[in-house]
Design a protein around this ligand. Structure first.
Ligand code: GLU
Ligand code: MG
Length: 455
C-alpha cells in the first residue's frame, strides 16, 4: 500500500501533534443504523476527555441506536488509529468510534457488531480483507424541484467509461481523489459509469473494520466535496429507473492472521477460478444466507429497483437477480473476479450500513468455512438468459424482489438475530418494516396516471 501522505492521518491520541498541525476541533463519530456519522464537536482543548468518552448521546433520538428516552446516555469512544483530518476543513479531526453504555461496549453499536464477527474470524486464525467499490451519482438540484447531472454536456445514450464526461466533472473528482489519497485510501482507478452523472472510485482493500470506517467517511466526504462544486453526491441505489444503479460490491478474502497470506488464492483450482477450497466454503455459507443478507446489503425500498436485469443505458443493469455464484461473470450475485483469490458480492449497494452488512456476510461466510459447506459448481454462463425451467433444474432461487421479501428472509433466518444481537435486530426490523409499510401504502403518480381516469 502507498505510504500515507501529508499530515491527514496523524497519531490521533496526541492532542499536541494535532494542535501543531492546526486542528482546532475533534469529532468522535459513530453511526446510526443507516451508517451515517453522528457526533458532537469537541474543541481540541478538551481532546483528552473526548478520548475517554466524555461525549454523551441520547440514542432514542436516532434511528437504530436502540434506547429508551429514560435510559442513561451512550457515549462515543474514539479509535485513535482511525483519525482523519478532514482534507477540505483541516481544522477538524474525525474519529470512528464505538458506542459504550454504563462503562462497557454498547451491544447494539454497529461498529461493535462488526468487531464481534472479526473476533470470531480471528479466533479461527483469519483476518478479513475487505474492499468496497464505491459507485454514486453526482447531481445538482434543478429549478423544477428535480435533479440532473452536474455537467450540462449532452447526455450520451451510452455514457459508460466516457472520458469527456469524466473531464467535465474533473474539478470535484480530482479534489475527492486527492483527499482520499491524503487519507491513505490508495485510489487506483476511477471512471464515469453507466448512469448519467454516475461515477465509480476504486481504492485498495484493507482490514474489515478500516474499510467499513472508510466507506462511512467516504460517503460523507464525497458529498461535502461535491457540494463545494455546486452539486451533491447521491448514494441512492437507483435514482433513475432507466439507468444503472449504484452498487457497493464487497470484495472479500480471508488471510492468515499471523502471516497475512491470502488463503483464498489457489492457482491450481480445478474449477479454473483461482480460488481455494476455503474460498468455496465461504461462498457456500454466503449463498445459504443470501436472501437474509440482502436485507442488510440492500437495505432500502429503492435497493430492489436496482436488482433487476434490464433498465440501463447499456441494455443490462450489471446487477444480480439470482442466488448464485460463478467465475469472472457479472451475472452472478457472487463472482470470483479474474485471477481469483477473492470473492465479490455484487448484491451490496451504496445505501448499506457497511458495518452491519459486512457483519452479516462475514458471519455467513465463516459458517460455510466452519461447516465446510459446498457451493456446487460455478456458473460460467450468462445467468440473465436463464429461464424458470433452467433455474429450477439448477436449483437456483431468485434474490428477494422487494424490501418486504428481504425482510421476511431476514426475520426467518436464525443467523440474523445472533449477528445483530437482540436489541439491534428488533430495532432494525421494526424500522424497516415501517419503511416498507410507508412505501406500500403511499399512492404514487404512476398509480394516478394509470387508474384515476381509467373508467
Ligand atoms: N452499477 C452496477 C451495479 O449496480 C455495477 C457495474 C460494475 O460491475 O461495475 O451493481
Ligand atoms: Mg462499476
Amino acid at each position: 500500500m502507498k505510504s500515507l501522505t501529508g499530515t491527514a492521518r496523524p497519531d490521533g491520541s496526541d492532542a499536541s501533534v494535532l494542535a501543531a498541525i492546526g486542528v482546532e476541533y475533534c469529532v468522535a463519530s459513530y453511526v446510526d443504523m443507516h451508517g451515517v456519522s453522528k457526533t458532537k464537536m469537541t474543541p481540541i482543548t478538551h481532546h483528552a476527555q473526548m478520548m475517554a468518552g466524555s461525549e454523551m448521546f441520547t440514542g432514542a433520538a436516532l434511528d437504530g441506536v436502540p434506547q429508551a428516552v429514560s435510559d442513561d446516555e451512550v457515549c462515543s469512544m474514539p479509535d485513535p488509529a482511525s483519525c482523519n483530518i478532514l482534507p477540505w476543513e483541516p481544522t477538524i479531526a474525525w474519529y470512528a468510534s464505538d458506542l459504550h453504555y454504563q462503562g462497557a461496549p454498547f451491544e447494539a453499536c454497529s461498529r461493535t457488531i462488526l468487531k464481534r464477527q472479526l473476533a470470531r474470524a480471528a479466533a479461527l486464525g483469519y483476518k478479513f480483507n475487505f474492499g468496497i467499490e464505491a459507485e454514486f451519482f453526482v447531481l445538482k438540484d434543478t429549478p423544477d424541484g428535480g435533479y440532473a447531472p452536474l455537467s450540462d454536456r449532452q447526455h450520451l445514450a451510452k455514457p459508460a467509461y466516457d472520458l469527456s464526461r469524466l473531464l467535465d466533472n474533473f474539478a470535484w473528482i480530482k479534489e475527492l481523489v486527492a483527499a482520499m489519497d491524503q487519507l491513505g485510501f490508495d485510489v487506483y482507478s476511477f471512471d464515469h459509469e453507466d448512469g448519467i452523472g454516475q461515477f465509480e472510485i476504486d481504492f485498495n482493500y484493507a482490514d474489515g473494520l478500516t474499510m467499513a470506517d472508510r466507506y462511512v467517511f467516504f460517503r460523507m466526504m464525497a458529498n461535502e466535496i461535491a457540494r463545494k462544486h455546486g452539486g451533491f453526491a447521491s448514494f441512492m441505489p437507483k435514482p433513475y429507473a432507466d439507468r444503472a444503479g449504484s452498487g457497493a460490491h464487497f470484495n472479500m478474502s480471508l488471510a492468515d492472521l499471523k502471516t497475512g497470506e491470502n488463503l483464498f488464492k489457489d492457482k491450481n483450482d480445478p474449477k479454473g477460478c483461482g480460488l481455494s477450497q476455503l474460498g468455496y466454503h465461504f461462498i457456500a455459507g454466503v449463498l445459504k444466507h443470501l436472501p437474509a443478507i440482502c436485507a442488510m446489503v440492500a437495505p432500502s425500498v429503492n435497493s430492489y429497483k436496482r436488482l433487476i436485469k434490464q433498465g440501463s443505458a447499456s441494455g443490462f443493469t450489471w446487477a444480480p437477480v439470482l442466488c448464485c455464484y460463478g467465475n469472472n461473470n457479472r451475472t452472478n450475485a457472487l463472482r470470483i473476479p479474474m485471477g481469483g483469490g477473492r470473492v465479490e458480492l455484487r448484491a451490496a449497494d451504496s445505501s448499506c450500513n457497511p458495518y452491519l452488512a459486512a457483519a452479516m456476510v462475514l458471519s455467513a461466510g465463516l459458517e460455510g468455512v466452519e461447516q465446510k459447506l459446498d457451493p456446487g459448481a460455478p456458473n460460467y454462463e450468462n445467468m440473465y438468459l436463464k429461464g424458470p425451467e433452467d433455474l429450477a433444474a439448477l436449483g437456483i432461487q431468485s434474490l428477494p424482489g422487494s424490501l418486504d421479501e428481504a425482510l421476511n428472509a431476514f426475520a426467518t433466518d436464525s443467523m440474523s438475530s445472533v449477528v445483530l444481537g437482540p436489541s439491534m435486530y428488533k430495532a432494525w426490523l421494526d424500522y424497516k418494516r415501517d419503511e416498507w409499510n410507508s412505501f406500500s401504502h403511499h399512492v404514487s403518480n404512476w398509480e394516478r396516471e394509470r387508474y384515476l381516469k381509467f373508467f
